[in-house]
Write a protein that binds this ligand. Structure first.
Ligand code: PRP
Length: 224
């Protein structure tokens, strides 16, 4: 029988530069997401909710600058985000995280990366990359709900580093222990925020127990 997903007793388990969100709402919505009977519309909703919850943790140290605001009553001081932030969804499944993160970071830039995993080798194949060559953002946030071998996200991080982004973070929904370890080994400077870390990858490099193929479940292409 497959081992259960890790059960972390702390509210958020933070190790090195990774955080596993053990918030009850994340765990609740993740359980709905994992259920094979969850239909595409609800699957997209769960991805949306979990992304927002993880994003709250992943953005908790963004820089602010003071500002003045006129309320309906009087003028007062406030604080607004001061950094140039880029979010980088990995097609296809990363698209499901774009709207929720843009709701929280409405002024963020969105740069898409297209990648799929070769079924024979499980290695990422890049088919679209329009990242600029200069004027890097201050913060780059890679979005992909799945971190299996970590190959796709590692390639995305390398692209952000070539662009010159000094502060790179990853928001993912579910990861494997091996994928996290490989990512940490190659990019120890990158912070990773996930909803759960599952224990193993199967022979096809799928996360176990996982949630299946996020892209297919999100876009209702399981039977194609
Ligand atoms: C899935 C997933 C990640 C990648 C994870 O994409 O969305 O991008 O695989 O695997 P890795 O960590 O081993 O690289 P997939 O190749 O299924 O493409 P899709 O999103 O277009 O369905």
């Amino acid at each position: 029988m497959a081992r259960p997903p890790s059960d972390h007793s702390e509210s958020n388990r933070t190790m090195n530069n990774q955080a596993v969100l053990n918030h009850p709402l994340v765990q609740h919505h993740l359980s709905v997401l994992r259920d094979k009977n969850t239909p595409p519309q609800l699957f997209r909703t769960q991805i949306h909710l979990i992304s927002m919850l993880i994003a709250a943790e992943a953005t908790k140290d963004l820089k602010l600058q003071d500002c003045r605001i006129q309320t309906p009553i009087e003028e007062t001081s406030g604080r607004k985000l001061s950094q140039r932030i880029s979010i980088v969804p990995i097609l296809r499944a990363g698209l499901g995280l774009v709207d929720p993160i843009l709701q929280l970071l409405p002024e963020a830039e969105v740069w898409h990366l297209g990648m799929y995993r070769d079924e024979a080798t499980a290695l990422p194949v890049e088919y679209y990359c329009k990242l600029p060559k200069d004027s890097p953002a201050d913060v780059g946030i890679v979005l992909d709900p799945m971190l299996a071998t970590g190959g796709s996200i590692r390639v995305a991080i390398a692209a952000l580093k070539r662009w010159g982004v000094p502060d790179i973070r990853v928001i993912s929904v579910i990861a494997s222990e091996d994928g996290i370890a490989a990512l940490n080994a190659e990019h120890p400077d990158v912070s990773v925020y996930v909803g759960a870390v599952d224990p193993v990858l199967n022979a096809n490099k799928f996360i176990v127990p996982g949630l299946g193929d996020a892209g297919d479940r999100m876009f209702n292409t399981r039977h194609a």
